[in-house]
Design a protein around this ligand. Structure first.
Ligand code: AG3
Length: 279
């Protein structure tokens, strides 16, 4: 790379992750969108200063948020709701599951969708899929129009609760998602990086617990995030967390990994108040 400049993702006032980049695109709309390019990570998307994914390691996140919840279902998934996910990464993974009959998707930011189609065409699933009903709308508002028990899977592929995604971390949202989920369905939502932003997981866990009888936390490591990322995994009935019922295999995910995803460090259990069950 000739030229370029050092760009930083601020984790807090005293720490950041630095990338040598070229600016590909920048605009401030509903949220500040930047597309940057780094020779090591490839093109990457930044929303409100937070790295969402890089070309190099996005598959880890997208396989996890798709295959992990699907693996817990008693049947292969047929009806799925994606909230967010305008980059098309979750759609791509879902389209690898042949049993899927219907996909609803609510993405709030049309520009995210358009830019990702332009700059990340290879990473996106096929938005012209006749099984897909893709709407530009707020996820919480969209859920209000969904009939009860409509989905096997609800995948919330959103940003951290700093911009438009704030409403997706509320008790009202979890209540609507609960209604829209089938009795054996699985809900999953990314819950940020607990080592850096512990309160996001702490709050999301306690609010979702007020609504869902079963809430678990999963973790994985996406190198470009710099720390482990948490996922809330919730449902109406207990699951065999370590022993997947449906078997999927990607470039990162495979069934035996469920054991790793659901085995949490003690500090995370302390954070969500589940450490008493240990020892
Ligand atoms: N969205 C969630 C990534 C947020 C991670 N948080 C952070 N780095 N502070 C990913 C969108 C990919 N479809």
């Amino acid at each position: 790379m000739t030229g370029g400049f050092w760009w930083r993702e601020f984790i807090n006032r005293y720490y950041g992750h630095t990338y040598k980049v070229e600016l590909v695109f920048e605009e401030k709309g509903l949220q500040k969108i930047q597309i940057l390019r780094n020779p090591y990570w490839g093109y990457f998307l930044v929303l409100d200063g937070i790295v969402q994914f890089t070309e190099k390691d996005e598959y880890i996140y997208h396989e996890t948020i798709t295959f992990l919840p699907a693996s817990l279902l008693p049947f292969l998934p047929e009806e799925v709701l994606i909230i967010g996910g305008g980059d098309g990464g979750v759609l791509r993974e879902l389209q690898k599951i042949p049993s899927i009959k219907k996909i609803f998707q609510f993405e709030i930011d049309l520009l995210v969708y358009k830019l990702c189609q332009k700059y990340f065409p290879k990473m996106s699933g096929d938005f012209s899929d006749p099984r897909l009903n893709f709407q530009i709308k707020d996820g919480l508002e969209g859920l209000k129009e969904i009939p009860s028990e409509a989905f096997d899977l609800i995948i919330v592929d959103c940003t951290d609760p700093v911009g438009p995604a704030k409403s997706l971390y509320t008790q009202e949202f979890y209540t609507l998602a609960f209604k829209a989920l089938k009795s054996y369905g699985v809900f999953i939502q990314q819950a940020s990086l607990p080592a850096y932003f512990p309160n996001i997981l702490k709050s999301a866990y306690s609010l979702s617990k007020k609504v869902f009888p079963v809430v678990k936390v999963a973790r994985t490591f996406v190198p470009s995030y710099g720390e482990e990322i948490a996922f809330l995994v919730a449902g109406k009935e207990e699951k065999d967390w370590f022993h997947p019922k449906q078997l999927f295999s990607g470039d990162y995910y495979y069934p035996a990994l469920n054991f790793y995803y659901f085995t949490l460090p003690k500090s995370w259990l302390q954070l969500i108040g589940e450490d008493k069950k240990l020892d």
